[in-house]
Design a protein around this ligand. Structure first.
Ligand code: SF4
Length: 419
């Protein structure tokens, strides 16, 4: 996760005082440091079938999911391993009958406990239960305004229900964030969604770049083009900067594209060049992509993955080995590479002068497009001349091609992809 607002607050402080805050050099997962943030897909069932769902969820039960007592056993191991944060997700986690039992135990064990939901099931009564459980944070997905969101979510009325959930939770003083995944189909709604965030006094805006997993991979041909991505980041940076100057308690964060760090560095160079060097130190300390290091995933069947986008790659299952043993096992080749510092990334990433900030970005996009997890990230939106390579050599880059498999045919008609 890239915390735009954190850096903007530091820059605002620097502008005001003439001093940039000290850099903190620490990477989690080594030397007695805390374990990873665990995103836990406790259930795969969902009442929606969204177009970009990485879990390919549907509204039916899935066999073999972890029982309550198995979940509790894993929680004990996670606590011993110093995991600080559990994000309870799905499918739709509120469809799991024991979700509040699990969340209450997580809170009692002093995990920072988040809930990642589509929000459509949160009426007044459900909001009471969420508030009483004491979730530290609830993330609700909104992919645009009414028409766009309902189209993405494939449910008429989904937007109104999710927005109502935001209001119900706010009324109960629950910290709420909006989660927005941008593609070419909804980029036009971003400004209005940011206005909605402010009007509703939402605490946090999570901007997710599209990653190529599940239905997000099937629809990768509709990923936002690089210029649209840059426009979106410009907008987020400006918003976060103004919020920092005005002292607003709004948080803007991004995920799934670590080129956002280098892009911020360029934004600062153009506006406040005196702070580029100390910001760079901060960004090096952040280190870019953290899949397999600071972020972990456990799926509904107990399989462990480097993050939620790697469901096609199992590291082991908590029914056979504790999470702590699976996570620290670098005999597994993908984990060895992800935990290496620097990572063994090739292509233009290896030559990029931002590699120490970005870490080579999101490995799953490289793997889905090329079959090689250590190829360049095709989702990087920086030009060659911006990353220290000869201008104009972008032509040799890995292209984002539409998804195909043996059972599907895809035809492109007037810019639309038909599966
Ligand atoms: S070229 Fe690679 S390392 Fe450089 S910013 Fe882009 S994704 Fe990151």
């Amino acid at each position: 996760m890239f915390r735009i607002s954190q850096y903007m607050r530091e820059l605002a402080h620097a502008e005001k005082t003439g001093h940039y805050p000290e850099a903190v050099h620490a990477r989690r997962g080594s030397g007695g440091a805390p374990g990873p943030v665990v995103i836990w897909n406790l259930i795969r069932r969902c009442n929606l079938t969204c177009k970009h769902c990485y879990a390919l969820s549907a509204d039916h039960d899935y066999e073999g999911e972890l029982s309550t007592s198995e979940v509790f056993g894993v929680m004990d191991d996670l606590k011993d391993y110093r995991v600080p944060v559990l994000i309870l997700s799905g499918g739709e986690p509120l469809m799991r009958p024991d979700i509040f039992e699990i969340a209450e135990r997580a809170k009692a064990m002093k995990f920072y406990t988040g809930l990642s939901t589509n929000g459509t099931l949160i009426d007044e009564a459900m909001a009471d239960r969420v508030a009483a459980t004491g979730f530290d944070y609830v993330g609700i997905s909104l992919d645009g305004l009414r028409e766009t969101h309902d189209h993405f979510r494939r449910l008429e009325g989904a937007f109104e229900r999710s927005l109502a959930a935001v209001r119900h939770l706010h009324a109960r003083s629950v910290k709420v964030g909006l989660r927005f995944t941008m593609t070419a189909m909804n980029a036009h709604d971003l400004p209005a969604l940011l206005d909605l965030m402010r009007a509703e006094q939402v605490d946090k805006f999570y901007f997710s770049h599209l990653n190529y997993a599940g239905r997000g991979n099937i629809h990768r041909g509709k990923d936002a083009q690089f210029q649209a991505t840059r426009n979106a980041l410009d907008m987020l940076f400006e918003r976060a900067w103004q919020a920092a100057l005005e002292g607003r308690e709004e948080d803007y964060v991004t995920g799934n594209n670590d080129a956002d760090g280098p892009y911020l560095s360029q934004w600062v160079r153009a506006r406040m060049p005196q702070w580029e060097a100390p910001l760079r130190e901060r960004l090096v300390a952040w280190g870019g992509n953290s899949s397999g290091v600071n972020v972990a995933n456990i799926d509904n069947l107990g399989s462990v993955h480097p993050d939620t986008m790697w469901w096609h790659h199992d590291l082991g299952n908590v029914r056979q080995r504790p999470f702590s043993a699976i996570w620290s096992d670098t005999s597994e080749p993908l984990m060895a590479g992800l935990k290496a510092h620097p990572r063994p990334v090739g292509g233009r990433c290896a030559q990029c002068h931002y590699f120490d900030l970005c870490g080579g970005n999101t490995r799953v996009r490289a793997q889905q497009l090329t079959g090689d997890a250590w190829a360049e990230d095709p989702g990087c939106y920086l030009r060659d001349d911006e990353i220290g390579l000869a201008a104009g050599s972008d032509a040799s880059r890995v292209a984002v091609t539409p998804f195909r498999n043996a059972r599907q045919t895809i035809r492109i008609v007037a810019g639309e992809t038909h599966v």
